[in-house]
Design a protein around this ligand. Structure first.
Ligand SMILES: [Zn+2]
Length: 293
């Protein structure tokens, strides 16, 4: 499943091909993905210019020149490819002439720049919607979305304020999308290991009795940003290296210290612990019982 750094990498990969371009034609090959496509989807997009490509949590937001926003979510297995239209020069650096299984190519956007953007999604948990920009913040998809961990908002003070008084495990609190948006299982496991904090620790222990952040809160906020920034850097290097991409954006090699490492020795120097797996809220938590407290 694409997590936040993957989605942000997709945004950075699509933006050069999409921003400023017009939708020339839209080939919508199914009535639905996870949800039905918007009514008159192709007709409403045709001729519209993409003014900007942003992101909120794991939603890609293409602002159109008629005031609507094309909201795109990758679900479990969605991906975009950027290809050149036959006989034209690709503007995007992500062009490649191989393609994934076309059976799962559900939407193809032909743009005025000559770029062709293909949405492929074998499991079809992704979706696209058209929402007026003015209604976006209050829309059901966005009104309860928590703060952006990749922006400048996340720090120890904020974590302490969000988690104060919460008996829920730290792992569950970090995955709560109404508190922090877009943090997924992988990066929560990695950040907790780096901070030396157990996923079972009560979230409220990051705040002092008077509500001020503990040292652990400051540390956790810092390492969350570190693991996300490092993943973004890995994604960026994948985008730059044509040999590592088939034109598909957003899935990249990234080495994890604890995620999916059950039974492996802890990577922390001098620790000597073994990575364990427990299940919390139905999801696997990977952590070192020796150095994560
Ligand atoms: Zn350890």
């Amino acid at each position: 499943m694409p997590e936040l750094p993957e989605v942000e990498t997709v945004r950075r990969g699509l933006a050069p091909a999409m921003v400023g371009a017009l939708f020339e034609s839209i080939d919508q090959r199914r009535p639905d993905l996870r949800f039905p496509f918007p009514v008159d989807f192709a007709r409403r997009l045709k001729g519209r210019r993409i003014d900007s490509l942003g992101r909120r949590a794991k939603y890609l937001l293409a602002d159109l020149d008629d005031g609507e926003v094309l909201v795109m979510h990758l679900g479990m297995s969605g991906s975009f490819r950027v290809e050149a239209k036959a006989g034209t020069t690709p503007l995007s650096t992500y062009y490649h002439d191989t393609s994934k299984d076309p059976v799962h190519d559900h939407v193809v956007f032909e743009l005025s720049t000559g770029a062709r953007i293909i949405y492929n999604d074998p499991r079809r948990f992704g979706f696209m919607q058209l929402i007026p920009r003015a209604d976006l913040a209050g829309h059901a998809l966005f009104k309860n979305v928590g703060l952006e961990p990749l922006g400048n908002e996340l720090d120890g003070e904020v974590l302490a304020r969000l988690f104060a008084g919460k008996a829920a495990p730290l792992k569950a609190a970090l995955l709560d999308q109404t508190l922090v948006a877009g943090l997924g299982n992988i990066y929560v496991c990695e950040a907790l290991h780096r901070a030396g904090l157990s996923p079972r620790r009560a979230a409220g222990t990051l705040a002092r009795k008077d509500g001020r952040p503990t040292e652990r809160a400051h540390l956790l906020a810092r390492v969350i940003r570190d693991v996300l920034e490092e993943a973004l850097a890995a994604g960026g290097s994948t985008l730059r290296d044509h040999r590592l991409t088939d034109g598909t954006l957003g899935y990249f090699q990234h080495t994890f210290r604890v995620y999916d490492k059950e039974g492996a020795p802890c990577a922390r120097e001098g620790c000597g612990g073994i990575i364990k797996r427990i299940v919390q809220s139905g999801r696997g938590s990977f952590y070192c019982g020796s150095c994560q407290r």
